[in-house]
Design a protein around this ligand. Structure first.
Ligand SMILES: [Fe+2]
Ligand SMILES: [Fe+2]
Length: 196
């Protein structure tokens, strides 16, 4: 007989039949799940390892290199974590990868950093869209936006140069503690976890 008890479960068949007591169980389970979020994000980031897609370095190395450049340039932890995760959506959001990173980061980062991550794809296009028959100045549609300069700078300083096979790049373990700190406290969510 196992000494490990299974997690508690509720027994309703429709959510409108759930009770306050059920939601005490569900709330505790949610807190457990939410607490493991940083580990899942890191595991998902690691899916980019070995995925070169024709690039000189794989997509994980590109993410690490972008974050390394940002940190060595003196950016704060939240910014560095945004840099680390900016391309995490390449696997699940192959046609809209910045939206995936933005959705993951949204509860934890400033409006400015969120906008930067969400729009980095169009801004990074400045460096290659003209090679694939697209408008490299597509980002100019945002020229009057308050986050234009921040996003253009992110691409110029950290995303664009982060394809260097010879670069000295920090490992994922270096960034894990700061990722856990940034993900420790959601700033905004429709779910008020503290009341569960
Ligand atoms: Fe990207
Ligand atoms: Fe990138």
């Amino acid at each position: 007989m196992s000494s490990v008890s299974a997690p508690p479960r509720t027994s309703f068949s429709r959510m409108d039949q759930s009770t306050r007591e059920d939601w005490q169980i569900l709330g505790a389970e949610f807190m457990h799940l939410a607490g493991q979020l940083p580990g899942r994000v890191i595991a998902h980031l690691k899916l980019l390892q070995g995925d070169f897609g024709g690039f000189p370095i794989d997509r994980l190395q590109h993410c690490l290199q972008t974050a390394t450049l940002a940190q060595r340039d003196g950016r704060d932890e939240e910014y560095v974590v945004c840099a680390l995760l900016h391309d995490i959506g390449d696997t699940l959001g192959s046609y809209n990868h910045p939206d995936i990173a933005a959705a993951i980061l949204q509860p934890f980062v400033s409006e400015e950093n969120l906008w930067m991550v969400k729009h980095h794809g169009i801004f990074q296009g400045h460096y290659f869209f003209h090679h694939i028959g697209m408008d490299r100045d597509m980002r100019e549609q945002f020229k009057d936006h308050p986050c234009y300069e921040r996003t253009a700078e992110f691409c110029a300083l950290y995303d664009n140069p982060a394809f260097d096979a010879g670069a000295d790049t920090l490992p994922i373990g270096h960034f894990e503690p700061m990722l856990r700190r940034v993900f420790a406290t959601p700033r905004r969510s429709v779910y008020k976890t503290e009341s569960l």
